[in-house]
Ligand binder design. Structure first.
Ligand code: HEM
Length: 416
């Protein structure tokens, strides 16, 4: 079948899927060739123009002052492998406690995280689970992200266990890691790209339903933070090169960032030893990972698994997952369709509405948080949520469970 160039261009524009130079869109022949080429990141949306690769701008040193130093007594390491690696290489203070500005600078320097995204994440951490100016990458309730279960840290993460399934939210569960690892059996071609991660995301969601009686999937921590835990694996840990300017995440690099050591038949997690591998190249400065980019990835995941765009929970037993209508939860501010169409807006508006309850702080003290969240989402036309209907979550025991890094194992939890 012949297709006209105009129709092809329109289709490509509409999908915005492939990042190849525009000249290549000109013929059906080229288009066919492009369709055959397996994208380095799978089918996920790329910017229209492929990112440039500039080794001088993108190299992340792990030498000299940035040499790996394992955490010692008093150094905090938590559920986020990216932040753990930054602290181990002194891009963040080695003790694991940092200010908002230090988080923003370090995530940009080490991974190419856009400042809109890091400011959003770091300010939220400081105000909801820190001292207003900074927080710990581990910590306890009100001091850091390991202690923030339900507010920030959450269930169905890629490799960290669910708090009330395993009794810890910050320990890596080797069974979970091995399932991710096995999704790319051939070491020579392995690439843990967005397609692989979206498959794994679905598996982990289902696993939490099947094994964690208190599994809870909330607007901010579920729809937003827990998606980041998956997309960040490829978007940030993948090594960029001239051949793979969008990045390729092979087995050795994944192991290095996840602090996994040992041969294939004896993989072991070494707590807190996340490392930048040698010759690691981060995202190009013109291709930083931003909030709109992240939202595109969430929607890409949702094409395969629409569950991730709804709110829900297990009702105290495994396999009792039920959804909660966003319209009921937000007293009519968002319909289910509106929440699913713009998950970052819905999640952020929900976080703002919940912040006084979570922190006990007044609107004046929360003003910096509101302003950071508003400015980070300013391009998305977000609607506010006036009030949250707390009775809508009455059937969800997990919604009220705050704490960490350790917590009670739920009766009926399955650990395997
Ligand atoms: C200021 C910036 C950041 C903040 C506040 C932050 C916070 C968090 C939090 C709260 C979690 C737990 C999520 C959950 O329970 O599912 C997490 C997990 C994670 N973070 Fe970060 N993070 C930041 C930057 C990064 C960066 C730069 C990377 C780069 C690789 C990264 C990679 C990950 C991954 C892969 C996980 C999931 C770990 C697992 O379950 O295996 N994060 N982060």
């Amino acid at each position: 079948m012949k297709t006209s160039t105009a129709a092809l261009s329109l289709a490509l524009y509409a999908q915005s899927i492939y990042a190849f130079p525009r000249a290549m869109y000109d013929s059906a022949e080229h288009f066919a060739a492009l369709q055959k080429r397996a994208g380095p990141q799978g089918g996920a949306p790329l910017p229209l123009v492929p990112p440039p690769f500039d080794p001088a701008l993108q190299y992340v040193s792990n030498q000299g002052q940035y040499k790996f130093v394992a955490p010692g007594p008093g150094d905090e390491r938590g559920p986020c492998p990216g932040l753990n690696a930054l602290a181990n290489h002194n891009y963040l203070p080695h003790n694991g406690v940092a200010t908002i500005q230090q988080f923003v600078d370090a995530t940009n320097k080490g991974f190419g995280m856009s400042r809109d995204l890091s400011t959003f994440l770091a300010v939220y951490g400081a105000i909801i689970d820190g001292n207003g100016a900074g927080w710990s990458i581990r910590g306890t309730p009100h001091t850091g992200i390991s202690g923030s279960h339900g507010n920030y840290e959450t269930d169905s993460s890629p490799c960290r266990g669910d708090l009330n399934q395993w009794g810890s939210n910050s320990d890596l569960q080797i069974t979970q890691f091995k399932r991710l690892y096995a999704l790319q059996p051939n070491a020579a071609t392995a690439n843990y790209n967005l397609d692989v991660l979206r498959t794994f995301r679905t598996q982990r969601f289902t696993e939490s339903i099947q094994k964690n009686p208190y599994f809870s999937y909330q607007p901010f921590t579920g729809m937003e933070v827990s998606q980041a835990a998956f997309t960040f694996i490829y978007r940030f840990m993948a090594n960029k090169s001239a051949e793979y300017p969008e990045g390729r995440l092979d087995k050795a690099t994944l192991k290095s960032f996840m602090s996994i050591q040992g041969p294939e038949n004896d993989l072991k997690w070494v707590p807190g030893n996340e490392k930048f591998p040698d010759y690691f190249y981060k995202r190009h400065p013109s291709d930083e990972y931003s909030i709109p980019y992240f939202q595109t990835d969430i929607l890409y995941f949702a094409q395969a698994d629409p569950r991730i765009l709804g709110v829900g929970c297990n009702q105290g037993k495994v396999n009792t997952y039920s959804t909660i209508d966003p319209a009921v939860l937000t007293n009519g501010a968002y319909t289910a369709q509106q929440a699913a169409a713009n998950p970052v807006c819905f999640a952020t508006a929900f976080a703002k509405a919940e912040a006084p309850l979570l922190t006990g702080l007044s609107a004046t003290l929360l003003a910096p948080l509101y302003s950071a969240l508003d400015s980070a989402t300013s391009g998305l036309n977000c609607k506010a949520i006036g009030s949250v209907n707390q009775s809508a979550v009455a059937l969800c025991p997990g919604f009220a469970l705050y704490g960490g890094p350790n917590g009670p194992v739920a009766p009926g939890a399955i650990q395997n």
